[in-house]
Design a protein around this ligand. Structure first.
Ligand code: BGC
Ligand code: BGC
Length: 639
């Protein structure tokens, strides 16, 4: 990302009045690019025009950038232009092929590492970023030097990288609901990603999950659109920076993505990639708020969603992507498709889909079939199935974002300020932010005098989640589904049990459940899952076959007070476990800093702050507690 500050942004800092306009371009004349940035959108109906707002990005068009794009476009042939639209997965393309086919971008998917191994050397990331960059800037054979942009799912920290700080998943951050903290999380995440030479994070997810049977509910901050909108905006400011802060896409920042546009959290039955059936007004009121806020804060990319709206796949919706998002809402960055999302449009396949490009997807995430897709798209342009104007518009948007990010001028990834600074991965200052987030995310649902626990108590800490980095972290951690990685590979993690060992100063901590104790902390919950595999038929959590639940009951029978800690990506019906325990804590998916649990559960400097970001269901049907609920403790510590 670029090395220099915007001069006008620096001026904003000095002349505070400028910041109140929210725009570094406030004093400069409006810029009209020589080709309009949204030539292809149709005006909305009078009714729709009232629903969708015009949003003003604080970035604005820059005459110099638009002129530079004109000059580049004039030199590009069709194949070179189409290449910019293609995003293969790093496992499926070599840097040489990226050069040969003028490829504009690559991604690494969940659980994809440059060395092919979760515990390969950290330096492998930067080395591969350098190789792709070098290939993209090689002007041999008449090629043009256009830097390639690498995207990664840094959705709760730089989560594919061993040793990175892993923040709580979004649902926990919704419980914490602390905007300032979100900015710190975005800042720390951007720094860790910058170490690896990557310029782009597929975050934040601005989904508003409305049915917690959806397996991606934990990627949603809340069922409340207001909370989602505010927290998304703040983490975005941390990730991308902002002109008024003088750090927009500066060296420590990344291009960010608001995803998945639109209605991903509203599908019938919570079905992943399903159909969201809503009026246009409801779609905007519930699922549109995160986009209003993030576009208004300058987000540079938006990811199209797998789901449909009223039966139509978003990847094929010219109305939503072009007329609404780019036209009325004024989004001037680029739209990235989701993983083969285009193939779900009727008439399309993985390797051929003019309809997605025509609808407004600017860059196609086509992890493996990229070569055939590229050939087909070139043919479709030549045959007029994709217009030259549309192709130029897509390329213009991609080049605009690359130029705003300073990628043309910065040199290779390893020359960037934070590149290769291994000490920043999992840095203690980042871990401190994550641990604060864990503390603030915990929601106390019940306390019959069991909390706080005395520092002098003899404590049993047991249950399947007590010493489990994977259960603490959930999906999108080291691997896609968050499974199948040995505990010792979660480098730098503090488990819940480790945290108790540090916090109990003069008592004892044991996992021996047969021993006598003053209190038992039983950590249980969901095992990891991600998209496609996490959907549920109903929200009841199966306690009948749970060894953890049997343990709670046997401890109770021995008159040992039980503190139940539930690790999960969403609220679940756990009535009998709540009844069987003296205190019940919803801990969500806290990530690498499990010590945040003992910080709050053991007497000391902290109390509970978290409030339910979703309603908590009772078993069968109905509600146990509504959104917004969350206790604090007042009682003296229990010995
Ligand atoms: C997910 C996106 C993710 C992408 C790349 C998709 O399946 O829906 O959220 O960014 O994969 O891993
Ligand atoms: C990838 C993910 C992707 C998913 C979609 C996985 O193999 O690692 O990033 O989202 O496939 O199918």
């Amino acid at each position: 990302m670029k090395k220099s500050l915007f001069l006008s942004a620096a001026a904003c800092l000095i002349f505070a009045a400028c910041a109140t306009t929210g725009s570094s371009q406030a004093q400069s004349a409006p810029v009209t690019p020589s080709k309009p940035s949204v030539p292809l959108s149709a005006p909305l109906s009078a009714q729709a025009d009232k629903i969708w707002p015009a949003v003003k990005s604080p970035i604005g068009l820059d005459a110099g950038i638009e002129t530079r794009i004109d000059a580049l476009l004039a030199q590009m042939n069709t194949a070179q232009k189409v290449g910019q639209l293609i995003q293969p997965e790093i496992k499926n393309i070599s840097p040489d092929d990226a050069a040969k086919y003028n490829i504009g971008s690559v991604l690494n998917g969940g659980g994809s590492w440059p060395t092919g191994k979760v515990d390969g050397p950290l330096a492998g990331w930067l080395a591969l970023a350098n190789r792709f960059y070098g290939a993209s800037m090689d002007t041999g054979d008449g090629r043009l030097a256009i830097p390639i942009i690498w995207g990664t799912d840094a959705v709760h920290g730089h989560n594919n990288v061993q040793g990175a700080t892993i923040f709580p998943h979004n649902i926990g951050l919704g419980a914490a609901n602390n905007p300032g903290l979100m900015r710190d999380i975005g800042t720390a995440t951007a720094r860790e990603v910058a170490v690896t030479g990557i310029d782009w994070a597929f975050a934040p997810t601005v989904a508003v999950a409305r049915d917690i049977r959806w397996g991606r509910s934990y990627e949603s901050y809340s069922s409340d659109p207001k909370i989602v909108a505010e927290l998304s905006k703040e983490i975005l400011l941390g990730l991308q920076g902002h002109p008024a802060l003088g750090n927009f896409l500066s060296e420590q920042k990344l291009v960010a993505t608001a995803k998945h546009f639109i209605g991903d959290g509203g599908t019938a039955g919570g079905k992943d990639q399903g159909n969201t059936v809503l009026s246009e007004q409801e779609l905007f009121d519930i699922h549109g708020q995160g986009y209003v806020q993030t576009i208004g804060a300058g987000v540079q990319t938006v990811m199209a969603s797998f789901n449909s709206w009223n039966g139509n796949k978003l990847h094929g919706s010219k109305y939503m992507l072009t007329d609404v998002l780019k036209g009325k809402m004024g989004f001037d960055g680029f739209v990235i498709g989701d993983w083969n999302g285009h193939e779900q449009i009727p008439g399309c396949t993985k390797s051929s889909c003019a309809a997605a490009i025509n609808a407004g997807v600017d860059m196609i995430m086509v992890p493996d079939d990229w070569k055939a897709f590229l050939d087909n798209a070139v043919r479709q342009v030549n045959a007029g199935e994709i217009s030259q104007a549309r192709l130029d518009d897509a390329v213009r948007r991609i080049l605009r974002v690359k130029m705003r990010a300073g990628m043309f001028d910065d040199g290779k990834p390893s020359t960037q300020r934070l590149a290769g600074r291994a000490k920043l991965i999992g840095h203690k200052s980042h871990r401190a932010v994550a641990r604060q987030a864990v503390r603030e995310s915990l929601v106390l649902l019940k306390n019959d005098n069991a909390l706080p626990i005395s520092k002098r108590a003899n404590v049993i800490v047991a249950g399947s989640g007590a010493d489990s980095p994977s259960m603490q972290s959930g999906g999108w951690t080291l691997t896609w589904q968050g499974r199948d990685v040995a505990d010792e590979k979660y480098k730098g993690f503090t488990t819940v049990k480790d945290g108790f060992e540090q916090a109990i100063s003069s008592g004892t901590v044991t996992s021996d459940t047969a021993t006598a104790a003053d209190v038992a902390v039983i950590v249980f919950g969901e095992t990891p899952y991600a998209e496609m595999e996490g959907d549920l038929q109903n929200t009841d959590f199966d306690l009948t076959s749970s060894a953890d639940f049997k343990l709670m009951q046997s401890l109770k029978a021995r008159n040992i007070p039980v503190v139940a800690v539930f690790l999960s990506g969403r609220p679940r019906g756990v009535d009998a476990a709540i009844q069987a325990s003296d205190a019940f804590v919803a801990a969500w998916l806290p990530g690498s800093e499990g010590g945040g649990l003992a910080d709050v559960l053991v007497e000391g400097d902290y109390n509970f702050k978290g409030k339910l970001p979703f309603d908590w269901p009772a078993n069968g049907s109905g509600q146990y507690k509504p959104r917004g609920y969350g206790l604090t403790y007042t009682a003296a510590a229990r010995q």
